[in-house]
Design a binder for this molecule. Structure first.
Ligand SMILES: Cc1ncc(COP(=O)(O)O)c(C=O)c1O
Length: 454
């Protein structure tokens, strides 16, 4: 069996070859990069579009299903799928048609469209929560939910798990000091003034003792968590963890908010629905409306009553919840179509079957190559992890991950027509993913393995 950690210095020349290959194959993307640099910071409309590996940005001409075509006319099998925004495939026909039909009937009016009641019924049926509100992004939804949670419980604190990501939400952009266990502001966050230690507690995932200690003084309004960490590699819950965590929340009067923005990939209705969990509130974003900017949050009857009371008791004026274009007519049309045509048993059956094949193919190759790595899968989403075992919490990932190896595989795959999620090695299968896409990925993986030092 090979060494667990490959030496980044041995990978450097391999990476240099890939950078060169990218430049040779993408003259149009390179030209667009230079042109865009004239007026966009870092040459991109969103700075993290430069976080993809490679010497220049890949510009997209168009995308359908899981096929993406870049400015140079090269085609890619997309397993990144917009980091879940396009989980149901790019431009799903039902959503594209609904958008086209709505686009000539009004885009936004600050009033609900006639489809609204049906959308509410479909949300309740799909995700199992009786009441709903919309937001434009999952970041917004999480921010709003934390406001509601503090308003209804009249408690100041929130608790999150170490390694969490819930979007651009100040309360949650924290890390845990591994020595003291105290909350630290996340060092990479820009312009930070929020008083994190005063209002956010952070404990390791899968650690019930730490969770109980964090909740026991009755000051925590909400535990905001993904059912499995998906933004720090993929860290699944240990058996029984959520049942016990749920009981702890109830015992200490803390609302349980599950952010299912990524774990919606588990199965129809999301992780909580598939595993019989009963949170107080659920957040779904990204792919929920088939890739249009939209997020939804659902809550129980009891919470709805408390939210209504909190709103009635508050003075007239801004609630700090909501943005002007949220729930606009285009979004509602996309959401209605997505709930009817994408969130279906058939979609998930295909996604899960094909994801299982990909997982098996990767694991077979890892074993055959004698590499001490693993693949962790949650429904349609999986993560190639350059460590011997599935991690139990964020600290495992910090200690064992191999960033140089990750960058190398991302760029190697991209240069051969396969897109992996750039921030770690996540692969997502959609209803449009074909066996040929999986075979392409596995063939490139074989090639990549052959390039590695022993
Ligand atoms: C679990 C989770 N919640 C929320 C978000 C934020 O989503 P958005 O960037 O669409 O606001 C993300 C983004 O990656 C996420 O992974």
């Amino acid at each position: 069996m090979s060494d667990i950690h490959l030496n980044p210095e041995q990978l450097a020349p391999l990476m240099a070859l890939e950078r060169q290959r990218f430049l040779e194959r993408h003259p149009q993307s390179l030209a667009l990069s230079r042109q865009a640099e004239g007026h966009f910071l870092l040459g991109v409309p969103m700075h993290w579009m430069r976080d993809w590996p490679g010497p220049a940005t890949l510009f997209v001409r168009e995308a359908h299903g899981v096929s993406l075509t870049c400015a140079d006319g090269l085609n890619y099998s997309d397993f990144c799928l917009g980091d879940t925004g396009a989980m149901f495939g790019h431009s799903p026909p039902a959503v594209a048609q609904a958008l086209a039909a709505q686009s000539s009937r009004g885009l936004t009016s600050m009033l609900p469209t006639t489809q609204t009641p049906v959308v509410g019924e479909r949300l309740a049926e799909c995700f199992g929560m009786p009441f709903w509100q919309l937001a434009m992004t999952a970041s917004d939804a999480n921010r709003f939910v934390l406001r509601w949670a503090r308003a209804v419980t009249r408690r100041p604190q929130v608790l999150v798990f170490d390694g969490c990501y819930h979007g651009a939400v100040d309360d949650t952009l924290v890390d845990r000091d591994p020595l003291s266990g105290l909350t630290l502001p996340r060092a990479s966050v820009l312009g930070q003034v929020h008083n994190h230690p005063a209002y956010t507690r952070v404990v390791p995932f899968n650690d019930l003792d730490a969770l109980e200690a964090g909740l026991s003084d009755g000051q925590v309004a909400a535990l905001l968590a993904e059912p499995a960490l998906t933004n720090f590699g993929l860290v699944p819950p240990q058996p029984g963890f959520w049942e016990a965590a749920q009981t702890l929340c109830r015992r200490h009067g803390t609302l349980l908010v599950l952010d299912e923005t990524h774990t919606m990939s588990t199965g129809l209705g999301g992780y909580a629905r598939c595993h019989g969990l009963t949170p107080d509130c659920l957040v779904m974003g990204k792919a929920v409306a088939g890739g249009m900017p939209c997020a939804v949050y659902g809550f129980t009857d009891a919470m709805a009553r408390q939210m209504q009371a909190a709103k009635q008791e508050a003075p007239e004026g801004h609630s700090g919840i909501g943005t002007t274009l949220t729930a606009n007519a285009l979004t509602m049309a996309a959401l209605a179509a997505a709930l009817e045509h994408l969130h279906t048993h058939d979609s998930y059956q295909h996604m899960l079957d094909i994801a299982a094949k990909l997982e098996q193919g990767l694991m077979d190759r890892i074993r055959a190559a004698g590499r001490p790595w693993t693949v962790t899968r949650l429904g349609a989403r999986m993560e190639l992890q350059f460590m011997a075992c599935t991690p139990r919490h964020a600290q495992d990932v910090r200690e064992q991950s191999q960033p140089a190896l990750e960058s190398y595989i991302h760029l190697f795959m991209l240069n051969r027509g396969v897109l992996l999620t750039p921030f770690h090695s996540m692969m997502l299968c959609s209803p449009a993913t074909r066996l040929t896409d999986v075979e392409t990925l596995l063939r490139c993986f074989d090639e990549w393995l052959d390039t590695l030092p022993a």
